[in-house]
Design a protein around this ligand. Structure first.
Ligand code: AMP
Length: 222
């Protein structure tokens, strides 16, 4: 059987994890699992998790580890994850990374790679304030760098595009601060495990995609 492709996409908010994740999903035929999308859906559905998450998300804070660890334990057990997946936005703390490692050792699984896309702080703010997302299928657009063909309408499914509540400059600054404090230490964590691969998150979407795919393909064949 071919090697399962379990990948983590890392990088600051707005680095393009979602955009790259969606393309990787198609190329490698494995699901992209965005914890941000899962939480936003829970907020829309007014579930218990959604109610708990909304306040943290609106302030740009992280939702508590135990909530995310529970969600992902359940999600990763689904059969569509059998051949691998792309994690977009998880883990975001050392506690979450340790929980994921425990899950891997329980199931005799491992990660293929942790791809880190680095983007300067000022680019992050510019990228995020122009970002738009489809309400229906989650596809991402940008008013300047990745325009929808028809204003406000998703190219992929015709759904309505909207701006996330947390995509404003003040919240972005606090998300960046939290990224540096809580999530960036994961780079060292995965480097020690020999899993980290860095690539600039700048350039065109296609250029970044081709660099990310090379990093993945190198590891699939080795
Ligand atoms: P994202 O769409 O990945 O930018 O996530 C949006 C928001 O969802 C974050 O700012 C957090 O409030 C929350 N969130 C997403 N993933 C996680 C996670 N792994 N741990 C804690 N909070 C998360």
């Amino acid at each position: 059987m071919s090697k399962a492709i379990r990948i983590i996409l890392m990088g600051p908010p707005g680095c393009g994890k979602g955009t790259q994740g969606k393309q990787l999903e198609v190329k490698y035929n494995i699901p992209q699992l965005s914890t941000g999308d899962m939480l936003r859906q829970a907020v829309r559905d007014c579930t218990e998790v959604g109610l708990q998450a909304k306040e943290c998300m609106d302030k740009g804070n992280l939702v508590p580890d135990e909530v995310l660890i529970g969600i992902m334990r359940e999600r990763l057990a689904a059969s569509d994850c059998d051949h691998g997946y792309i994690l977009d936005g998880y883990p975001r703390t050392i506690g979450q990374a340790e929980a994921l490692d425990r899950l891997f050792s329980e199931n005799g699984q491992n990660l293929l790679a942790v791809i880190n896309m680095d983007v300067p702080d000022n680019d992050v703010v510019a990228r995020i304030s122009g970002r738009r997302q489809c309400k229906k299928c989650g596809a991402g657009f940008h008013v300047e760098f990745n325009k929808a063909k028809q204003d406000g309408i998703c190219d992929a499914c015709g759904g309505e595009l909207y701006q996330r509540d947390d995509d404003n400059e003040m919240t972005v600054r606090s998300r960046l601060k939290i990224y540096k404090e809580k999530t960036a230490p994961l780079l060292g964590y995965y480097e020690k495990q020999g899993l980290l691969a860095n690539t600039p998150g700048t350039g065109s979407i296609d250029e970044i995609f081709s660099r990310v795919c090379s990093l993945i393909d190198e590891r699939i064949v080795s």
